[in-house]
Design a protein around this ligand. Structure first.
Ligand code: GDP
Ligand code: MG
Length: 353
């Protein structure tokens, strides 16, 4: 899928395109072009009118199949933009939902995500149906309203149905954890924001050719592999934290963190190239989420190759006051990976749970 990324920033706002790129990469989309604009949000198109027609030209000249906005779009904006540019226009959170759906392992997570998707799309359905009907039957405004209500009610009933199903899904996580421990496996989950280096670390610490040969884990967690250093320790990648997640998507996000419910240890990655306020903000958010899981957490400061020694010392100082165990590494350079493995080993020893 060829996509154009669009970001509108208010004056002085920091770009989040790195995150958006990482997200679309997760879905294996190809970024063919990027459009940025600094201005206050436009009511009709989010970006300005002139920029929107520039976007339409760009979509044509690059043969893009989809446009992805970094900003959250109102249903009307999404509708008007896609009419203008001729391909589907979605926002970051639509992409996030697609990633959640792809990553959902357990039946509970699948239900949770379907629920979130419907809730997120409900206002969009309303706008689409309305616009469609007013185009097709200009004289039948009243009838259109009726159609909208019928389809809207259908979605509402579906939501209620999902809520009921969710309630009845067995909470068997503790059972699964026991099962795994009885067989002597240890599970380590990688957590952290998108782009912090989770997948890179997973690849370097595990033998990527040796997929974990155990149906029980591979069906539940598609990206779980054995550590090179210890075949009984399994490392698993998670979906990653995402900035500005709307509250309606938050439950779905937690459901996709099934790996964390089941883990013996969470390795929380922090991107050393972020500014100190960014690091603090992200770490606090992550810690708040992780506090809801009964699991031990160690913090890893990744990408130390990108910063100076002085910067590293400053950041280590800040992080030390916020964490219990802290290991600085570079996943790409291999710096300090042995120390990290030692810390993982110590923290997954029997009796350390
Ligand atoms: P994820 O979203 O957390 O899975 O992050 P990825 O593993 O996809 O990495 C995001 C980007 O950071 C990629 O471009 C990696 O090559 C890069 N990266 C990861 N670890 C390091 C590191 O230690 N140093 C540097 N310089 N780049 C890194
Ligand atoms: Mg990743």
């Amino acid at each position: 899928m060829r996509v154009v990324l669009v970001e509108r920033l208010s004056p002085g706002e920091q770009s989040r395109l790195g995150e958006l790129e990482a997200l679309v990469k997760t879905l294996k989309f190809e970024v063919v072009s990027i459009l940025q604009q600094v201005r206050h949000p436009d009511l009709t198109y989010q970006i300005g009118k002139g920029k929107a027609s520039e976007l339409a030209d760009l979509v044509k000249s690059t043969n893009a199949e989809r446009v992805v906005f970094s900003n959250q779009l109102t249903p009307t904006q999404a509708y008007k933009l896609s009419r203008l540019v001729g391909v589907e226009v979605v926002d970051k959170f639509q992409i996030v939902l697609e990633i959640f759906a792809m990553r959902a392992g357990s039946p509970e997570a699948k239900l949770q995500i379907e629920y979130a998707r419907l809730k997120y799309e409900m206002p969009k359905i309303r706008v689409q149906v309305k616009n469609l009907l007013s185009v097709e039957q200009p004289g039948f405004r009243g009838g259109g309203e009726y159609e909208v209500d019928v389809r809207y009610d259908m979605v509402k009933r579906k939501l209620a149905n999902l809520r009921r199903k969710l309630k009845s899904v067995e909470k068997n996580r503790e059972e699964r954890r026991k099962f795994r421990r009885k067989r002597g496996f240890k599970l380590v989950a990688l957590a952290g924001y998108t782009n912090s280096g989770k997948s890179t670390l997973l690849n370097i610490l595990t033998d990527s050719k040796a997929e974990v040969d155990n149906m029980y884990f591979t069906t539940l967690m598609p990206r779980t592999r054995a550590l090179k250093a210890s075949q009984m320790t399994l490392l698993t990648d998670t979906v990653g934290f995402i900035d500005d997640l709307p509250p309606s998507l938050f439950e779905a996000f937690k459901a996709t963190l099934e790996e964390i419910y089941l883990a013996d240890l969470v390795v929380m990655l922090v991107d050393a190239s972020d500014s100190i306020p960014e690091i603090i903000r992200k770490l606090k958010t992550s810690q708040k989420v992780l506090a809801e899981y009964p699991v031990k957490v160690i913090t890893v400061l990744n990408k130390v190759d990108l910063i100076t020694k002085e910067d590293l010392e400053r950041k280590m100082g800040v992080l030390q006051s916020m964490t219990s165990t802290l290991v600085p590494i570079s996943a790409t350079n291999g710096t300090n990976l042995k120390a990290l493995l030692d810390v993982i080993r110590t923290n997954t020893k029997p009796g350390s749970f």
